[in-house]
Design a binder for this molecule. Structure first.
Ligand SMILES: [Zn+2]
Length: 219
């Protein structure tokens, strides 16, 4: 089933123009794996960006930089192209196959805020300080209520949750920003929910318990 909840066009445009931080970009990459609609949207934005570049007046290029470009083309065409096989999907908890976009990320051990809410740090190989976590929440439970200082993207991998914005199932992404003050996504009663979340800047967590864990979680 195709996702019903998508990142905003602004976020997809930032992704297409390489203007999204690595953590948020990872969440969008995971969303794109299961969303033909957003893949098409990104393709259109990229095509529009290419057309814009073609309309720019040509800038003078120095002969030394041209030499570097030709040297690079030579080495790249001389080197045999290695085909990289897609790494097998990683399985978490013996039951959750992780998206391919997470294949090169380091996923830390589960830690808990309380027994019904666990989290694991996700470290990107090239951007280990990005604020990205996996969240595993028991049926009927919620994240600590919080606000934002920038963009937050939460992608549902398994299960479902709902918030003031709507209902989110597997493949759906919820986007929240500074305007959202009292964000408290709650998992549906019928099963555990596994999500991938990234934030641009530290959250404003309202509860004491949440604030105590915030430095550890890195969000
Ligand atoms: Zn989408």
């Amino acid at each position: 089933m195709s996702p019903r909840q998508h990142p905003s066009d602004e976020t997809l445009l930032r992704h297409a123009s390489r203007n999204l931080g690595a953590g948020l970009r990872l969440v969008v990459d995971v969303h794109l794996e299961s969303c033909p609609r957003c893949r098409e949207q990104i393709r259109l934005f990229e095509a529009a960006g290419g057309a814009l570049l073609e309309d720019l007046p040509p800038a003078p290029v120095s002969s030394s930089s041209l030499e570097k470009i030709f040297a690079r083309i030579d080495t790249e065409s001389a080197a045999p192209r290695r085909l990289r096989a897609a790494p097998p999907a990683r399985i978490l908890d013996d039951r959750y196959a992780l998206p391919a976009a997470l294949a090169n990320c380091d996923v830390g051990p589960w830690r808990f805020v309380h027994p019904k809410l666990r989290w694991a740090r996700v470290r990107l190989p090239d951007a280990p300080r990005e604020r990205v976590i996996l969240l595993k929440i028991a049926p009927g439970h919620a994240t600590p209520a919080h606000g934002h200082r920038g963009l937050e993207l939460t992608q549902v991998l398994y299960g479902a949750f709902s918030s003031a914005h709507g209902a989110y199932g597997p493949g759906d992404v919820e986007e929240a920003d500074d305007e959202v003050k009292d964000h408290e996504p709650r998992v549906t009663a019928d099963g555990e929910c596994l999500c991938l979340a990234a934030v641009e800047a530290p959250l404003r967590i309202h509860s004491l318990l949440g604030r105590l864990f915030q430095p550890l979680m890195g969000i």
